[in-house]
Design a protein around this ligand. Structure first.
Ligand code: PLP
Length: 360
């Protein structure tokens, strides 16, 4: 058995620090997923997801065991009618991941490819939508966790609606941390272990009910990630494959906590934490990757101070109880990332800034 570690404050963008109540839920009794008790648990989670975001009237939810990418692959592979194409907006790892999923499934796509961290231009998107009538689905990563950039969901969603497109949004790192405007969304993808404050192992797609008929007519391209198949099974209280039961127990309790805090309350808490940290970063003369006005509530990308390598920074902070996150791809040598998701207390952020100041 591995030695239990003292509390480490996770400043990586998930998995996040969870409350003791959520942790205890993972030790609930052994359960067979074909029994009524699991059907009740699944129903409870599916309903609470809709209740938390106040979308019970218009949306349904579909759970899948696996990390966020499982639900993303499910949404992307199951939502495009054969012969039509998807608009993919790439300005970070996760937009590019949607493109990769399209390619794995041989889905036709139009791509707006941008430098990581560059916001998309609404005019460019409108021009493509005007010209390319083959586009059926517009996809977007709301919070591009690669950089901390919050993409303009509302503006792009309005364009998708104006041109009669289905709008598919990866909200994996924004749901419950930044405001998600569901008005124009048809499919929203989320996961348990980021701002929902559950644990890894279960993710989900929130699907507009009125799109279910269209989705049902799309021939399934995958056995494991067939959105319509999962939805039909879950509506009957059943499921297709063995789920990650402890992660479901944890998510159910995490959703109780979210509903009690309220989504707007949590967004507010995260915004306060981000503002507090950013003031501290300014005082330490750290340089931000994303300009003000484009930053999410949940993560800050920072340039590595001159003469300080990521490895050293990570090691010294970890020795003091804080885990930070590296940049990805060609940002790996130049930036580091500080997330403020999860059950982290104000005094822990204060202590973090002190330690960071001494290390920098
Ligand atoms: C925006 C976004 N999309 C997708 C993913 C992939 O999620 P996972 O690593 O849980 O598969 C992440 C993970 O950080 C993410 O931030």
């Amino acid at each position: 058995m591995i030695k239990p570690m003292p509390r480490t404050v996770l400043l990586n963008p998930g998995p996040v620090n969870i409350t003791d109540k959520v942790r205890k839920a993972m030790a609930l009794p052994d359960l067979c997923h074909r029994e009524k008790e699991f059907a009740d648990l699944m129903f409870s989670i599916r309903s609470k997801l809709l209740q938390a975001f106040k979308i019970e009237e218009t949306f349904t939810s579909v759970l899948v065991s696996g990390s966020g990418t499982a639900a993303l692959e499910m949404a992307v592979s199951s939502s495009l009618t054969p012969g039509r194409s998807m608009l993919v907006i790439e300005n970070g790892v996760y937009g590019e991941r949607i493109g990769k999923i399209c390619d794995v499934y041989n889905l036709d796509r139009h791509t707006i490819h941008l430098e990581w961290g560059t916001p998309p231009n609404l005019e460019d998107i409108e021009n493509i939508l005007k010209k390319q009538s083959d586009i059926e689905v517009v996809s977007l990563v709301h919070h591009e966790t690669t950089t901390g950039l919050l993409n303009p969901l509302k503006g792009i969603g309005e364009l998708a609606k104006k041109y009669g497109k289905i709008f598919l949004v990866d909200c994996i790192s924004s749901l419950a941390g930044d405001e998600v405007d569901f008005a124009s969304i048809d499919l929203a993808v989320g996961t348990a272990n980021k701002c929902l404050q559950g644990v890894p192992g279960v993710s989900f797609v929130l699907t507009r009910k009125k799109d279910l008929d269209r989705l049902g007519k799309i021939p399934s391209r995958t056995l494991y990630f067939d959105l319509t198949g999962y939805h039909k099974a879950q509506e009957k209280g059943g499921l297709l494959f063995t789920p990650a039961i402890p992660a479901h127990y944890a998510l159910d309790v995490a959703l109780d906590e979210l509903i009690e805090e309220t989504v707007s309350g949590r967004i507010d808490r995260y915004a306060k934490a981000a503002n507090f940290l950013r003031e501290g970063f300014k005082n330490l003369n750290l340089e931000f990757l994303v300009p003000e006005g484009w930053r999410s509530n949940c993560l800050t990308g920072l340039k590595l101070p001159k003469g300080t390598g990521y490895e050293k920074l990570h090691k010294e902070l970890k020795a003091n109880g804080f885990v930070i996150y590296a940049g990805q791809g060609n940002l790996s040598d130049s930036i580091f990332r500080i997330a403020n998701m999860g059950d982290i207390h104000p005094e822990e952020y204060q202590r973090f800034l002190k330690v960071l100041g001494s290390v920098c």
